[in-house]
Design a protein around this ligand. Structure first.
Ligand SMILES: NC(=O)c1ccc[n+]([C@@H]2O[C@H](COP(=O)([O-])OP(=O)(O)OC[C@H]3O[C@@H](n4cnc5c(N)ncnc54)[C@H](O)[C@@H]3O)[C@@H](O)[C@H]2O)c1
Length: 266
């Protein structure tokens, strides 16, 4: 008996780095998974190796009709819905580049990012919860970020959306706990994806100074946490925000400088 046997899950942004790892992991643990993404080709690419246990669906997280149709499609195809992993996030590089500071961000970009990253998660909950209740309950896992718990020099809309996801999670957990709906958020720090490898030269090393573990986490590390939260093994955990970031937010801000000073022997 695998711990996700019999469960049906939706992974939004399932064509991406973390989402596709989550889908793989859930299928390996016995679930049937709908890989839902704005880009059909990436959803299909992620679903193809998983055979009949996975279904690729194109949808737009920012569009209420599209999210509602996604949930209907899942229940029509697999007969039930037990797990929702709200994980999609605005990835358009041209738009993300305009996500800067309060005085500079175009208001349209702020709204578009919140529409996908935050309203998209609310919509997932809105349409999934009634279907989960029909079959006895479910588990919702929202991907927040450490950017939702600390400020940064850019990405004010992204960080604000992630902070709000932590609040949304607590509200859903509070309002639907007695209906056997659990809702938790996960907050990755930097995760080693292809995108990080291609980013600003030296950024990876800069960030690595501020994590406590020897290595960066990978999408598979995130997938392991999501699979646990999807399973009944976590049945007493709800409303929590679980950081998965090599201790990125648990130490003093001077940690990296002090460590370098101590290692220099001065
Ligand atoms: N990679 C990291 O270091 C990191 C750190 C913290 C949090 N996160 C969060 O993890 C989640 C997954 O990130 P990732 O690194 O796999 O990124 P990714 O870009 O590989 O995946 C995001 C996916 O969301 C999809 N998407 C974008 N807009 C959409 C829309 N409107 N409707 C449906 N799908 C849409 C994209 O097509 C993409 O497949 C995101 O919520 C991200 O904010 C990532």
């Amino acid at each position: 008996m695998k711990r996700l046997d019999g469960k049906v899950a939706i992974v939004t942004g399932g064509g991406g780095g973390i989402g596709s790892a989550v889908a793989r992991r859930m299928v390996s643990e016995g679930a049937r998974v709908v890989i839902a993404d704005l880009f059909e080709d990436s959803a299909l690419r992620a679903a193809e190796p998983l055979g009949e246990a996975a279904l690729a669906v194109q949808f737009d997280a920012a569009n209420p009709q599209s999210v509602s149709a996604l949930v209907d499609r899942v229940v029509d195809h697999f007969g039930r819905l037990d797990v929702l992993h709200n994980n999609a996030a605005m990835t358009d590089p041209a738009k993300s580049a305009q996500d800067t500071t309060a005085p500079d961000i175009p208001i349209g970009i702020w709204r578009e990012i919140l529409d996908v990253n935050l309203t998209g998660y609310l919509l997932g909950c809105k349409y999934a919860i009634p279907r989960m209740i029909e079959t006895g309950g479910g588990s919702i896992i929202n991907t927040a970020s450490n950017s939702g718990s600390a400020g940064d020099l850019a990405r004010i809309a992204y960080g604000s959306s992630k902070a709000a996801i932590i609040g949304l999670t607590r509200y859903v957990a509070t309002q639907h706990g007695r209906q056997n709906i659990r809702c938790n958020s996960i907050a990755p720090g930097v995760v080693l994806t292809e995108a990080l490898e291609k980013t600003v030269p030296g950024l990876k090393e800069m960030i690595q100074r501020h994590i406590l573990t020897p290595e960066f986490g990978t999408p598979d590390d995130i997938a392991a946490l999501v699979a646990f939260l999807a399973s009944d093994e976590s049945r007493y955990i709800t409303g929590e925000n679980i950081s998965i970031s090599g201790g990125g937010l648990v130490h003093q801000p001077h940690y990296a400088d002090l460590l370098a000073f101590m290692e220099s022997g001065d």
